[in-house]
Design a protein around this ligand. Structure first.
Ligand code: BV8
Length: 243
């Protein structure tokens, strides 16, 4: 069984990381257009650097929750047959033990050099305009995909969606494309789709299984179901019908 899991801000909410939507699109009091677009960065680079410097510092002080840990357990059993695609820029999946992971909107803990394109791991503030470790230019920005910019690893994601048997959408409002179209794409390719979210998102195509609640409860329960099914298959040798 091949699985693709898409996660959004809701999976990190229980670690204390503010979501995009619950703040009504106002992050830490800033308008999204001012802090998550190239135009906003061009208008006031120091404001944007301070916004991401504050978020980078904040993420360093939180820890993964039961939902992140459950997905790491799932990777322990399914290995390469599980791909986690996250819209989140925090490193909580990695810290919980997930390694088969795509950060399609980039990462707070990386910088991107507008001069040479290097993407160094980065934990310090960027507002002081430090030199790029690769080229020495002082043109480092957060390695985060802003609105209007190309997300990372889209081909790899779309290939995984075409091949997966199960697609799970966890903690995302389905407000941002192309991620918001992935459930419909997976379904069109024949996958069984499930949503684990605080409230039903306004999905383009209904999920086969939509469960409402907190990720910290829903995700471990769902993972235990998958692991039980896999154990059953392994013990009897016959693939069980998907419920
Ligand atoms: C692109 C940056 C071309 C880093 C982010 C019209 C005009 C202009 C553009 C567009 C347009 N229509 C579509 C677009 C494209 C645009 C877009 O989608 N705009 C939207 C606003 C309409 N998309 C882009 O620009 C993308 N690039 O399209 O390039 C292209 C197109 C196709 C193919 C190739 C290229 C780039 C998008 C990336 C933007 N950058 N982040 C940063 O985070 O600072 S996206 C930003 O929004 C966040 O990363 C976050 O991930 C995302 C919001 O989504 P969610 O993660 O879902 O978070 P949200 O708060 O919305 O929802 C949380 C959910 O969790 C809720 O449902 C809530 O109920 C639930 N929840 C809360 N608590 C819990 C919980 N669930 C469970 N348990 C809990 N405890």
């Amino acid at each position: 069984m091949r699985i693709v899991v898409l996660t959004g801000a809701g999976i990190s909410a229980e670690s204390g990381v503010p979501t995009f939507r619950d703040a009504d699109g106002l992050w830490e009091g800033h308008d999204v257009d001012d802090v998550a677009t190239p135009e906003g960065f061009a208008r006031d680079p120091d404001l944007v650097q301070r916004f991401y410097d504050a978020r980078r510092r904040a993420v360093a002080s939180v820890v993964p929750n039961a939902a992140h840990r459950a997905l790491a357990r799932l990777e322990g059993a399914f290995g390469e047959d599980l791909l986690v695609v996250t819209q989140n820029v925090d490193d909580l999946h990695e810290r919980a033990g997930t390694s088969n992971l795509v950060h399609m909107h980039g990462e707070l803990r990386r910088a991107l050099c507008a001069g040479c394109g290097a993407r160094p791991v980065w934990d310090a503030d960027l507002e002081p305009r430090p030199p790029c470790p690769a080229c020495g230019e002082r043109m480092l920005r957060p390695d985060v995909v802003w609105f209007g910019e190309m997300p990372y690893e889209l081909d790899r994601i779309e290939q995984a969606l075409a091949a997966c048997d199960v697609f799970a959408s966890i903690g995302t409002s389905g407000a941002v494309y192309p991620a918001a179209g992935y459930a419909a794409l997976a379904a069109a390719w024949g996958a069984w789709t499930v949503e684990l979210n605080l409230e039903p998102s306004d999905a383009l195509v209904p999920f086969d299984d939509a469960r409402s609640g907190r990720a910290g409860e829903l995700v471990p329960a769902w993972v235990e179901e998958l692991l039980a099914t896999r154990n059953e298959e392994e013990s009897t040798g016959a693939p069980t019908e998907r419920d």
